[in-house]
Design a protein around this ligand. Sequence first.
Ligand code: GCB
Length: 617
Amino acid sequence: MVLPAATLVLLGSDLSRAQPSVEPVRAPIVLTGADMRPAVSLDGEWAAIVDPYSNGFSTYFRNLKQQPGDTRPIEYDFSKSPTLKVPGDWNTQRESLLYYEGPVWYERDFTYQPKGHTHIFLHVGAANYRSWFWVNGKKVCEHEGGYTSFNCEVTEAIHAGANFVVAAVDNTRLAEGVPTLKTDWWNYGGLTRTVSLIEVPEAFIDQYDVHLSRAPETEITSHGNDPGIIGSLHLAHIDGWIHVEGGKLGDKVQVEIPELKSKGTGVLTAEGRAQIFLVASNLERWSPETPKLYKVKISAGQDEIEDLIGFRTIETHGSQILLNGKPIFLRGVCIHAEAPFRGGRAYSDKDAETLLGWAKELGANYVRLAHYPHGETMLRAADRMGLLVWSENPVYWAIQFDNPKVLAKAEQQLDEEIETSRNHAAIILWSMANETPNNEARTRFIATLADHARELDPTRLITAALLVRTEGHTKIVDDPLGKALDVIGANEYVGWYDQAPEGADTTEWRVDYDKPLIMSEFGGGAKAGLHGAENERWTEEYQANIYRHQLAMFNRIPQLRGLSAWILVDFRSPTRNLAGIQDGFNRKGLISDQGQKKAAFFVLQKAYLDKTVGKAE
Ligand code: GCB
């Protein structure tokens, strides 16, 4: 699906500094399951020019080479410039770039042999925050939003043999950005996720959605010659749709799940979309205990893609969350996409497996991936490892809620998040926002996003992390935004920003919605290895004490159906400057950035493993 023209216009006007009118480009497109397609990797060393005064935008750093007799002053040379690794943020690759915000120009040479009669896309896993791309000097696309993948069509620009790609990536924070100027995490810049070339046939599957229907299974019982019953079949219904870009009315598409011996076909509408429907007998449902994934083959004409998909349902019933029809309590923890040990943006399977492995060790069945969409590697690992996921749009704190341009940006990022990751069984919650001020413009803005998300994906639950109000000893969850949500998230810091840990003992909760409540954040800071009394801030004992009192309080909240402690691992934040303790890190991790588990980890682990906290019903 091509992004709506409005998006193009928005990007064009917003990025005027870098948008020469002579270079109109097609907006990038979303490819579902891009990581499952054969690809030519462009990861590795890219030449990089740090450009704090944005010179490259006016003189165009397009990899010109100074030839003898050329009178133009060409004041850059990629071939002599130092390199940066892709994927990777630039901040943790060079000490001088730790706090750099501005443009960096990247260049990489590559050889390629187009197959002919195809479309070729430059797939970018993520580029924070704005980015522009040229192939062999021809502009191919630009993009805004630092945490979602996108694909630039390069078919016309690429040729057989030697090629080069230039990318400008600018992580300057913007008042009109999503997120905006202030966040409590570091604004890592660069080509932070993998970059590759993907070649597809002329008509190709750009998006698809294959999921278990909420319709009850059909049971068929068979009788033999004997009077007794000899067997029964449970037939599950799998629904979905396929979109074929360039597909024609009446063209056929097919979905097959070989292990289940199940096949379904569909026929394209004039818009290139086909509904599909499959019946599968004795399907094993995906759950944290049985994270079963099936190979799913999708084909349309010349194009074929094979994905790994789990099948489960998720819904609410009053204040219950039902996974596969059964009430579940979400025992979880929040995670930033920050690499353990090495620091910087997480991107590898190993980063994902380490982070999610720690969550499993904690006894979690759920993770809140804060505060922006995490990468495909993280979601694949969650699918494999059996962790339910809260996935979040980066609408954080006070963005410009009354600005339609900002709404369009938030919608674009939400589209990309849902369209790329809608086939992950692990994701059960789309979070629209985190801790936003309660006012009309905000409520309208986020309710619009929630409607939009429901339209794109009616199979999952919509949530947001809300602020709570305090009256005396009572915490009140009555933010009007709750009306637009299926599951209410609430952040609270009793024992840290609010009272001493013992304050939790006398705190009562009033939740004005008959909907499930997740305590989406709670916790406090500690420096790993710092020991002292329970009432001494920053010690492991103080943090553990917060958790003990919080856990006791949680069991007094009838609607509580989930917890995501803030946060699994210490993470870099420029607002955290207490010398000797924070040193540029938010220290609320249950584990330090160097992998040391703090005392609070074990307090929460015990409650999760012994299931002494939380009720599913
Ligand atoms: C919050 C925010 C989170 C912060 C955390 C903190 O409420 O949602 O992004 O990092 O508090 O540590 O203060």
